[in-house]
Design a protein around this ligand. Structure first.
Ligand SMILES: *Cc1c(COP(=O)(O)O)cnc(C)c1O
Length: 396
């Protein structure tokens, strides 16, 4: 890079990080290196690359030039020392879990994390002797009480999915580090456009880039960003051996999506800032959870820790589940689909969809009520989103 990235604005960095002009052709857009393997000039060079004595590519599962650009870009945006692109957000999580946990270790996690993140720890990693406790991490006393001597990892999702609870990252980092545990933050909901957990003490940040970073609902992808070179070196071989790698074409599409992250987040957030108060005053709406509303329980903390409240809103209808189902069945412009962070507004029902695999008592204890509806406001004209919400609510 010919510029000093430390002095660039965040939108500029989003557009330029990892965007070197191709030295062989001058191509402005990144070339797609659609290859599984890379030729060595000599046997000695191959040996040097495997020994880590010479930089250069070997085999795409271990690294690829197109994927490396995306990794460099996201690492720069998150302020990390290194990043590893993965086939999905779940493979990003599983890579970190395999790299950092062993038999007898204990995990403390946010009770309302993305459903499958909790299920894989409670149902699958438990088979390998990993125990876990999921608590409302917005409640620091609950985090402290859950930590044990054998706690090796604290997994925080903030804002949490789908309760929008906000966890104090600096405080939880202090609790984790005092116990010798690693803090892993799922930054999918905020994206680096709005929150950089490493600045608050996180050791590892993970993303489902399926959501805001790619932003066009056409890719499933993930990323692991390490705060330090030492952590990056610890996770990198596990990433290669597990085969969690990203395909170069997928990396190219995600890079293209990433370039408009800042403007997409600005537009969808402006929409959500209009939609949330409108929902809150609607007679059919029981409550609304949105970090940009003063009614949010961690409104002040959100202001401090994030550059903006984002574009995800959870709400509950009067009439609970039945009213919610009637409403969801009548949306016209908004799409009834899981996922979030795309240019189009998406609406879903966590209890029957993303969090259906969670036992109901755990789900209710995590604040995910039967009638909770999650809305990801997209980049449409906000009047159109409100008109659609309004006609669908009339049916509820
Ligand atoms: C979607 C999501 C994941 C899982 O990511 P995939 O790309 O679907 O594997 C993890 N965490 C959060 C917060 C998510 O929204």
């Amino acid at each position: 890079m010919t510029y000093d990235s430390k002095h660039l604005g965040r939108s500029t960095l989003t557009i330029h990080a990892g965007s070197e002009i191709d030295p062989t052709t001058g191509a402005v857009a990144p070339p797609i290196y659609q290859t599984s393997t890379f030729a060595f000039a000599s046997c000695e060079q191959g040996a040097a690359r495997f020994a880590g004595q010479e930089d250069g590519f070997i085999y795409t599962r271990m690294g690829n030039p197109t994927t490396a650009r995306l990794e460099a870009a996201v690492a720069a945006l998150e302020g990390g020392a290194g990043a590893l692109a993965t086939s999905s957000g779940m493979s990003a999580l599983c890579t970190v879990l395999v790299a950092l946990l062993g038999q007898g270790d204990h995990v403390v996690g946010s009770s309302s994390v993305y459903g499958p993140s909790r299920v894989v720890i409670e149902r699958d990693f438990s088979r390998f002797g990993v125990t876990s406790t999921f608590v409302e991490t917005a409640d620091l006393a609950a985090v402290k009480a859950a930590v044990r001597p054998e706690t090796r990892l604290v997994l925080v999702e903030t804002p949490a999915n789908p309760t929008m609870a906000i966890t104090d990252l600096a405080a939880v980092a202090a609790i984790a580090h005092a116990n010798g545990a690693t803090l892993l933050v799922d930054n999918t909901f905020a994206s680096p456009a709005l929150q950089r957990p490493i600045e608050w003490g996180a050791d590892v940040v993970m993303h489902s880039m399926t959501k805001f970073i790619n932003g066009h609902s056409d890719i499933v992808a993930g990323m692991v960003v390490s705060a330090t070179e030492a952590m990056h070196r610890r996770i990198r071989p596990v990433h290669a051996y597990l085969g969690a790698c990203m395909d170069p074409h997928q990396a190219w599409l995600t890079l293209r999506g990433l370039r408009t992250l800042a403007m997409r987040v600005r537009t969808s957030q402006a929409g959500a800032l209009t939609v949330a108060p409108w929902l809150e005053q609607h007679p059919k709406v029981e409550w609304v959870r949105y970090p940009g509303l003063p009614s949010h329980p961690q409104y002040e903390l959100g202001h401090r820790q994030m550059d903006g409240p984002g574009s995800l809103i959870s709400f509950e209808l009067r009439g609970g589940l039945e009213a919610g189902v009637r409403m969801l069945n009548h949306v016209k412009l908004m799409t009834l689909a899981v996922s979030l962070g795309g240019v189009e507004s998406l609406i879903q029902h966590p209890a029957s969809m993303t969090h259906a695999a969670m036992p109901r008592p755990d789900r209710l204890a995590a604040g995910i009520s039967d009638g909770l509806v999650r809305l990801s406001v997209g980049c449409e004209d906000v009047e159109d989103v409100i008109a659609d919400l309004s006609q669908a609510l009339d049916q509820a």
